[in-house]
Design a protein around this ligand. Structure first.
Ligand SMILES: [Zn+2]
Length: 410
Protein backbone atom coordinates (compact mmCIF):
# COMPACT_ATOMS: atom_id res chain seq x y z
CA UNK A 1 0.00 0.00 0.00
CA UNK A 2 2.82 2.42 0.82
CA UNK A 3 4.29 1.92 -2.65
CA UNK A 4 0.88 2.60 -4.22
CA UNK A 5 0.62 5.85 -2.30
CA UNK A 6 4.07 6.97 -3.39
CA UNK A 7 3.27 6.14 -7.03
CA UNK A 8 -0.01 8.04 -6.78
CA UNK A 9 1.76 11.13 -5.44
CA UNK A 10 4.07 11.06 -8.48
CA UNK A 11 1.01 11.78 -10.66
CA UNK A 12 0.19 15.06 -8.84
CA UNK A 13 2.58 17.44 -10.61
CA UNK A 14 -0.28 19.40 -12.21
CA UNK A 15 -2.05 19.63 -8.83
CA UNK A 16 1.07 21.29 -7.37
CA UNK A 17 1.05 23.85 -10.19
CA UNK A 18 -2.71 24.52 -9.92
CA UNK A 19 -2.68 24.94 -6.14
CA UNK A 20 0.39 27.18 -6.21
CA UNK A 21 -0.97 29.30 -9.09
CA UNK A 22 -4.20 30.03 -7.22
CA UNK A 23 -2.47 30.72 -3.90
CA UNK A 24 0.26 32.97 -5.34
CA UNK A 25 -2.55 35.12 -6.82
CA UNK A 26 -3.89 35.75 -3.27
CA UNK A 27 -1.41 38.10 -1.53
CA UNK A 28 -2.08 37.05 2.07
CA UNK A 29 -0.23 39.96 3.66
CA UNK A 30 -0.70 41.02 7.25
CA UNK A 31 -2.69 44.24 7.83
CA UNK A 32 0.37 45.45 9.77
CA UNK A 33 2.22 45.27 6.44
CA UNK A 34 -0.56 47.07 4.58
CA UNK A 35 -2.29 43.86 3.40
CA UNK A 36 -5.81 42.45 3.78
CA UNK A 37 -4.95 39.27 5.65
CA UNK A 38 -5.60 35.66 4.63
CA UNK A 39 -9.32 35.81 3.82
CA UNK A 40 -9.12 35.46 0.02
CA UNK A 41 -6.64 32.61 0.27
CA UNK A 42 -8.74 30.86 2.92
CA UNK A 43 -11.85 31.07 0.72
CA UNK A 44 -9.93 29.42 -2.11
CA UNK A 45 -8.49 26.71 0.16
CA UNK A 46 -11.89 25.96 1.66
CA UNK A 47 -13.27 25.41 -1.85
CA UNK A 48 -10.45 22.91 -2.47
CA UNK A 49 -10.95 21.13 0.86
CA UNK A 50 -14.71 20.85 0.35
CA UNK A 51 -14.18 18.99 -2.93
CA UNK A 52 -12.03 16.44 -1.13
CA UNK A 53 -13.20 13.65 1.18
CA UNK A 54 -12.40 15.19 4.56
CA UNK A 55 -14.52 14.05 7.50
CA UNK A 56 -14.36 17.44 9.20
CA UNK A 57 -13.52 20.91 7.93
CA UNK A 58 -13.77 23.89 10.25
CA UNK A 59 -12.59 27.48 10.44
CA UNK A 60 -11.48 29.38 13.51
CA UNK A 61 -11.87 33.07 12.83
CA UNK A 62 -9.80 35.33 15.03
CA UNK A 63 -11.11 38.89 15.14
CA UNK A 64 -8.93 41.55 13.54
CA UNK A 65 -10.77 44.75 12.54
CA UNK A 66 -7.88 45.75 10.27
CA UNK A 67 -8.20 42.63 8.06
CA UNK A 68 -10.63 41.94 5.20
CA UNK A 69 -13.93 40.77 6.69
CA UNK A 70 -12.65 41.73 10.16
CA UNK A 71 -11.18 38.26 10.68
CA UNK A 72 -8.00 36.21 10.43
CA UNK A 73 -9.06 32.70 9.39
CA UNK A 74 -7.41 29.46 10.58
CA UNK A 75 -8.51 26.26 8.84
CA UNK A 76 -8.64 22.72 10.17
CA UNK A 77 -9.40 19.68 8.00
CA UNK A 78 -9.45 16.16 9.40
CA UNK A 79 -9.40 12.79 7.64
CA UNK A 80 -10.30 10.03 10.07
CA UNK A 81 -8.04 7.11 10.77
CA UNK A 82 -8.98 3.78 12.29
CA UNK A 83 -8.29 5.24 15.74
CA UNK A 84 -10.19 8.52 15.87
CA UNK A 85 -8.82 9.59 19.23
CA UNK A 86 -5.32 10.39 18.03
CA UNK A 87 -4.20 12.73 15.27
CA UNK A 88 -1.10 13.48 13.24
CA UNK A 89 -1.25 17.17 12.32
CA UNK A 90 0.50 18.86 9.43
CA UNK A 91 0.61 22.56 10.12
CA UNK A 92 1.42 25.30 7.61
CA UNK A 93 0.77 29.03 7.46
CA UNK A 94 -1.23 30.92 4.85
CA UNK A 95 0.23 34.40 5.31
CA UNK A 96 3.22 35.60 3.30
CA UNK A 97 5.76 38.39 3.66
CA UNK A 98 5.71 41.43 1.33
CA UNK A 99 7.44 41.17 -2.06
CA UNK A 100 10.06 43.74 -1.02
CA UNK A 101 12.00 45.66 -3.71
CA UNK A 102 10.06 44.91 -6.93
CA UNK A 103 13.03 45.83 -9.14
CA UNK A 104 14.79 42.73 -7.82
CA UNK A 105 12.03 40.42 -9.09
CA UNK A 106 12.31 38.98 -12.61
CA UNK A 107 8.58 38.12 -12.62
CA UNK A 108 5.42 39.48 -10.97
CA UNK A 109 5.63 38.21 -7.35
CA UNK A 110 1.87 37.58 -7.23
CA UNK A 111 1.58 35.70 -10.52
CA UNK A 112 2.91 32.14 -10.65
CA UNK A 113 5.54 31.45 -13.29
CA UNK A 114 6.60 27.84 -13.87
CA UNK A 115 10.08 27.19 -15.25
CA UNK A 116 11.07 23.53 -15.30
CA UNK A 117 10.88 22.22 -11.74
CA UNK A 118 10.49 25.70 -10.22
CA UNK A 119 7.36 27.70 -9.45
CA UNK A 120 8.17 31.38 -8.86
CA UNK A 121 6.07 33.69 -6.71
CA UNK A 122 5.83 35.17 -3.21
CA UNK A 123 4.85 32.46 -0.76
CA UNK A 124 5.57 29.59 -3.16
CA UNK A 125 8.15 28.16 -0.75
CA UNK A 126 7.18 29.86 2.52
CA UNK A 127 4.84 28.25 3.33
CA UNK A 128 2.85 27.01 0.35
CA UNK A 129 5.28 24.23 -0.43
CA UNK A 130 4.61 22.66 2.96
CA UNK A 131 0.89 23.36 2.71
CA UNK A 132 0.66 21.65 -0.70
CA UNK A 133 2.75 18.67 0.45
CA UNK A 134 0.45 18.18 3.44
CA UNK A 135 -2.61 18.38 1.20
CA UNK A 136 -1.34 15.99 -1.49
CA UNK A 137 -0.29 13.38 1.07
CA UNK A 138 -3.91 13.03 2.20
CA UNK A 139 -5.26 13.36 -1.36
CA UNK A 140 -3.34 10.20 -2.22
CA UNK A 141 -4.94 8.34 0.71
CA UNK A 142 -8.37 9.57 -0.37
CA UNK A 143 -7.86 8.76 -4.05
CA UNK A 144 -6.83 5.21 -3.14
CA UNK A 145 -9.54 4.86 -0.48
CA UNK A 146 -7.00 4.22 2.26
CA UNK A 147 -7.45 5.11 5.93
CA UNK A 148 -4.35 5.70 8.10
CA UNK A 149 -4.09 4.06 11.57
CA UNK A 150 -4.78 7.44 13.26
CA UNK A 151 -6.42 10.66 12.03
CA UNK A 152 -4.48 12.84 9.61
CA UNK A 153 -5.29 16.53 9.87
CA UNK A 154 -4.26 19.77 8.25
CA UNK A 155 -4.00 23.05 10.12
CA UNK A 156 -3.55 26.16 8.00
CA UNK A 157 -2.74 29.15 10.17
CA UNK A 158 -2.93 32.91 9.86
CA UNK A 159 -0.35 35.41 11.06
CA UNK A 160 2.77 33.27 11.37
CA UNK A 161 5.11 35.88 9.92
CA UNK A 162 4.11 38.59 12.40
CA UNK A 163 4.15 36.50 15.57
CA UNK A 164 1.07 34.18 15.41
CA UNK A 165 -1.11 36.30 17.69
CA UNK A 166 -4.07 35.84 15.28
CA UNK A 167 -2.98 32.31 14.42
CA UNK A 168 -1.46 29.46 16.38
CA UNK A 169 -1.09 31.34 19.68
CA UNK A 170 -4.78 32.23 19.66
CA UNK A 171 -5.75 28.61 18.86
CA UNK A 172 -3.54 27.23 21.64
CA UNK A 173 -4.96 29.76 24.08
CA UNK A 174 -8.67 29.51 23.23
CA UNK A 175 -9.20 26.19 21.42
CA UNK A 176 -6.62 23.78 22.82
CA UNK A 177 -9.45 21.25 23.36
CA UNK A 178 -9.37 20.66 19.58
CA UNK A 179 -6.16 18.73 20.06
CA UNK A 180 -5.85 15.34 21.75
CA UNK A 181 -3.32 14.61 24.48
CA UNK A 182 -1.48 12.12 22.26
CA UNK A 183 -1.48 14.23 19.08
CA UNK A 184 1.83 14.94 17.38
CA UNK A 185 2.77 17.58 14.81
CA UNK A 186 4.71 17.93 11.59
CA UNK A 187 5.60 21.52 10.71
CA UNK A 188 6.90 21.78 7.12
CA UNK A 189 8.24 25.32 7.53
CA UNK A 190 11.99 24.95 7.78
CA UNK A 191 14.66 22.79 6.25
CA UNK A 192 17.76 22.63 4.15
CA UNK A 193 18.50 21.89 0.48
CA UNK A 194 19.60 18.27 0.91
CA UNK A 195 16.56 17.52 3.08
CA UNK A 196 18.54 15.99 5.93
CA UNK A 197 17.46 18.28 8.77
CA UNK A 198 14.82 16.85 11.08
CA UNK A 199 14.45 19.69 13.59
CA UNK A 200 13.30 18.83 17.12
CA UNK A 201 14.73 21.57 19.31
CA UNK A 202 15.45 25.26 19.37
CA UNK A 203 17.62 27.35 21.60
CA UNK A 204 15.97 29.84 23.93
CA UNK A 205 16.02 33.28 22.42
CA UNK A 206 16.96 36.38 24.40
CA UNK A 207 17.41 39.77 22.78
CA UNK A 208 18.75 42.31 25.26
CA UNK A 209 18.61 46.06 24.71
CA UNK A 210 21.29 47.70 26.80
CA UNK A 211 21.30 51.45 27.40
CA UNK A 212 24.43 53.00 28.88
CA UNK A 213 23.92 56.47 30.30
CA UNK A 214 26.90 58.70 31.04
CA UNK A 215 27.30 62.43 30.74
CA UNK A 216 27.82 64.22 27.43
CA UNK A 217 30.63 66.75 27.23
CA UNK A 218 33.26 68.25 24.92
CA UNK A 219 35.89 65.77 23.81
CA UNK A 220 38.69 68.03 25.08
CA UNK A 221 37.39 67.89 28.67
CA UNK A 222 36.59 64.25 29.44
CA UNK A 223 36.75 64.80 33.22
CA UNK A 224 33.67 67.03 32.95
CA UNK A 225 31.53 64.11 31.71
CA UNK A 226 31.46 60.33 31.60
CA UNK A 227 31.97 58.64 28.27
CA UNK A 228 29.12 56.21 27.55
CA UNK A 229 30.88 54.93 24.44
CA UNK A 230 33.95 53.75 26.36
CA UNK A 231 31.80 52.13 29.04
CA UNK A 232 29.74 50.37 26.33
CA UNK A 233 32.89 49.10 24.63
CA UNK A 234 34.21 47.60 27.88
CA UNK A 235 30.79 46.19 28.60
CA UNK A 236 30.62 44.38 25.25
CA UNK A 237 34.09 42.89 25.67
CA UNK A 238 33.38 41.81 29.25
CA UNK A 239 30.00 40.30 28.34
CA UNK A 240 31.59 38.46 25.44
CA UNK A 241 34.26 36.90 27.67
CA UNK A 242 32.15 36.21 30.74
CA UNK A 243 28.96 34.88 29.14
CA UNK A 244 30.84 32.43 26.92
CA UNK A 245 32.88 31.28 29.92
CA UNK A 246 29.96 30.84 32.33
CA UNK A 247 27.46 29.27 29.91
CA UNK A 248 29.89 26.97 28.16
CA UNK A 249 28.04 23.65 27.96
CA UNK A 250 27.79 21.96 24.56
CA UNK A 251 25.02 19.95 22.92
CA UNK A 252 25.78 18.14 19.66
CA UNK A 253 22.12 18.19 18.58
CA UNK A 254 22.73 21.85 17.71
CA UNK A 255 25.69 21.31 15.35
CA UNK A 256 27.41 23.35 13.99
CA UNK A 257 26.67 25.92 16.77
CA UNK A 258 26.93 23.38 19.62
CA UNK A 259 27.21 26.03 22.38
CA UNK A 260 25.04 28.95 23.40
CA UNK A 261 25.78 32.04 21.31
CA UNK A 262 26.04 35.63 22.58
CA UNK A 263 26.42 38.11 19.76
CA UNK A 264 26.62 41.89 20.03
CA UNK A 265 24.60 43.06 17.01
CA UNK A 266 22.85 46.37 16.51
CA UNK A 267 24.21 49.62 17.91
CA UNK A 268 22.20 52.82 17.73
CA UNK A 269 23.77 56.01 16.43
CA UNK A 270 25.15 58.27 19.16
CA UNK A 271 26.48 61.79 18.60
CA UNK A 272 26.79 63.22 15.08
CA UNK A 273 30.15 64.90 15.56
CA UNK A 274 33.66 63.74 16.41
CA UNK A 275 34.43 66.24 19.19
CA UNK A 276 31.57 65.32 21.49
CA UNK A 277 31.80 62.62 24.13
CA UNK A 278 28.52 60.70 23.96
CA UNK A 279 26.36 60.60 27.06
CA UNK A 280 24.23 57.71 25.85
CA UNK A 281 24.89 54.45 24.01
CA UNK A 282 22.33 51.84 23.04
CA UNK A 283 23.52 48.39 22.08
CA UNK A 284 21.88 45.02 21.53
CA UNK A 285 22.88 41.49 22.34
CA UNK A 286 21.35 38.50 20.50
CA UNK A 287 21.60 35.44 22.77
CA UNK A 288 20.68 31.88 21.64
CA UNK A 289 20.76 29.82 24.79
CA UNK A 290 20.90 26.03 25.09
CA UNK A 291 17.80 24.56 26.79
CA UNK A 292 19.95 23.44 29.77
CA UNK A 293 20.15 27.10 30.85
CA UNK A 294 17.39 29.62 31.51
CA UNK A 295 17.10 33.11 30.08
CA UNK A 296 16.74 34.33 33.66
CA UNK A 297 20.20 33.04 34.62
CA UNK A 298 21.72 34.78 31.60
CA UNK A 299 19.92 38.05 32.34
CA UNK A 300 21.14 37.90 35.94
CA UNK A 301 24.73 37.44 34.75
CA UNK A 302 24.40 40.36 32.31
CA UNK A 303 23.10 42.46 35.21
CA UNK A 304 26.03 41.49 37.43
CA UNK A 305 28.57 42.44 34.77
CA UNK A 306 26.72 45.71 34.10
CA UNK A 307 27.04 46.61 37.80
CA UNK A 308 30.84 46.27 37.61
CA UNK A 309 30.96 48.51 34.53
CA UNK A 310 28.68 51.10 36.17
CA UNK A 311 31.07 51.39 39.09
CA UNK A 312 34.24 51.47 37.04
CA UNK A 313 33.09 54.07 34.49
CA UNK A 314 30.59 56.14 36.48
CA UNK A 315 27.61 55.35 34.23
CA UNK A 316 24.11 53.92 34.65
CA UNK A 317 23.12 50.84 32.67
CA UNK A 318 19.57 49.74 31.87
CA UNK A 319 18.90 46.23 30.55
CA UNK A 320 15.65 45.27 28.81
CA UNK A 321 14.74 41.85 27.36
CA UNK A 322 12.94 42.79 24.12
CA UNK A 323 12.60 39.14 23.07
CA UNK A 324 12.49 36.48 25.78
CA UNK A 325 11.36 33.17 24.27
CA UNK A 326 11.80 29.82 25.92
CA UNK A 327 11.66 26.62 23.89
CA UNK A 328 11.29 23.10 25.27
CA UNK A 329 12.80 20.42 23.02
CA UNK A 330 10.83 17.49 21.60
CA UNK A 331 12.14 14.13 22.82
CA UNK A 332 13.90 12.52 19.79
CA UNK A 333 12.35 9.18 20.84
CA UNK A 334 8.83 10.47 20.02
CA UNK A 335 7.02 8.70 17.21
CA UNK A 336 6.77 11.67 14.86
CA UNK A 337 10.54 12.19 15.09
CA UNK A 338 11.51 8.58 14.47
CA UNK A 339 8.93 8.15 11.70
CA UNK A 340 9.99 11.35 9.94
CA UNK A 341 13.61 10.29 10.01
CA UNK A 342 12.89 6.87 8.54
CA UNK A 343 10.42 8.23 5.94
CA UNK A 344 12.95 10.84 4.77
CA UNK A 345 15.58 8.13 4.42
CA UNK A 346 13.18 5.99 2.40
CA UNK A 347 12.02 8.77 0.06
CA UNK A 348 15.23 10.74 -0.53
CA UNK A 349 17.85 8.00 0.09
CA UNK A 350 19.87 10.46 2.19
CA UNK A 351 21.11 10.49 5.80
CA UNK A 352 18.59 12.55 7.79
CA UNK A 353 19.84 13.94 11.09
CA UNK A 354 17.82 14.82 14.20
CA UNK A 355 18.89 18.36 15.00
CA UNK A 356 18.39 21.54 16.98
CA UNK A 357 18.58 25.06 15.54
CA UNK A 358 19.28 28.57 16.77
CA UNK A 359 15.61 29.30 17.22
CA UNK A 360 12.60 31.08 15.83
CA UNK A 361 9.94 28.67 14.46
CA UNK A 362 6.33 28.09 15.52
CA UNK A 363 7.40 24.58 16.52
CA UNK A 364 8.42 26.16 19.85
CA UNK A 365 4.81 27.20 20.64
CA UNK A 366 3.62 23.60 20.22
CA UNK A 367 6.52 22.15 22.20
CA UNK A 368 6.04 24.62 25.04
CA UNK A 369 2.48 23.36 25.63
CA UNK A 370 3.68 19.77 25.51
CA UNK A 371 3.05 18.56 21.95
CA UNK A 372 5.84 16.69 20.16
CA UNK A 373 6.66 18.65 16.99
CA UNK A 374 9.07 18.08 14.13
CA UNK A 375 9.99 20.87 11.73
CA UNK A 376 10.82 19.26 8.41
CA UNK A 377 10.92 20.16 4.72
CA UNK A 378 13.33 19.79 1.83
CA UNK A 379 13.83 23.42 0.90
CA UNK A 380 16.07 25.46 -1.37
CA UNK A 381 15.64 28.24 1.24
CA UNK A 382 14.45 31.04 -1.06
CA UNK A 383 11.86 32.23 1.48
CA UNK A 384 11.52 36.00 2.02
CA UNK A 385 13.85 36.63 -0.96
CA UNK A 386 13.09 38.23 -4.32
CA UNK A 387 12.37 35.53 -6.94
CA UNK A 388 11.21 33.09 -4.25
CA UNK A 389 10.47 29.72 -5.80
CA UNK A 390 9.40 26.26 -4.80
CA UNK A 391 10.59 22.97 -6.27
CA UNK A 392 7.85 20.68 -7.57
CA UNK A 393 10.08 17.67 -6.94
CA UNK A 394 10.59 18.66 -3.29
CA UNK A 395 6.87 19.30 -2.87
CA UNK A 396 6.01 15.81 -4.10
CA UNK A 397 8.93 14.27 -2.17
CA UNK A 398 7.75 15.85 1.09
CA UNK A 399 4.17 14.73 0.35
CA UNK A 400 5.54 11.18 0.18
CA UNK A 401 7.38 11.67 3.49
CA UNK A 402 4.16 12.86 5.18
CA UNK A 403 2.10 10.03 3.67
CA UNK A 404 4.58 7.45 4.99
CA UNK A 405 4.61 9.04 8.45
CA UNK A 406 0.78 9.06 8.44
CA UNK A 407 0.52 5.40 7.44
CA UNK A 408 2.96 4.36 10.20
CA UNK A 409 1.75 6.69 12.98
CA UNK A 410 -0.09 4.56 15.56
ZN1 LIG B 1 7.18 30.27 7.08
Amino acid sequence: MEQKLLKKIDTYKQDVIDLQTHMIACPALSPQEGGKGENQKAVYLLSVLKQMKFDEVSVINVKDPKAEGGIRPNIMAKYYGENKRKTLWVMAHMDVVPAGDLSLWKTDPFKAVVKGDKIYGRGSEDNQQGLVSGLLAVKAMMDLGVRPPCNYALLFNADEEMGSEYGLLSILKNHIHLFGKEDEFLVPDGGIADGTMVEVAEKNMLWAKITVMGKQTHASTPKAGSNANRAAAYLIVTLDEQLHKKFNKKNNLFAPEVSSTFEPTKREANVPNVNTIPGREVLYLDCRILPCYTNKEVLAEIGKIAKQIEKKFNVKIKIEAIINDVSKPTDPAKQVVQLTQSAVRAVYKNKPRIMGVGGGTVGAYLRNVGFPAVVYSKLDETMHQPNEYSSIKNTLGDAKVFALVAMRFK
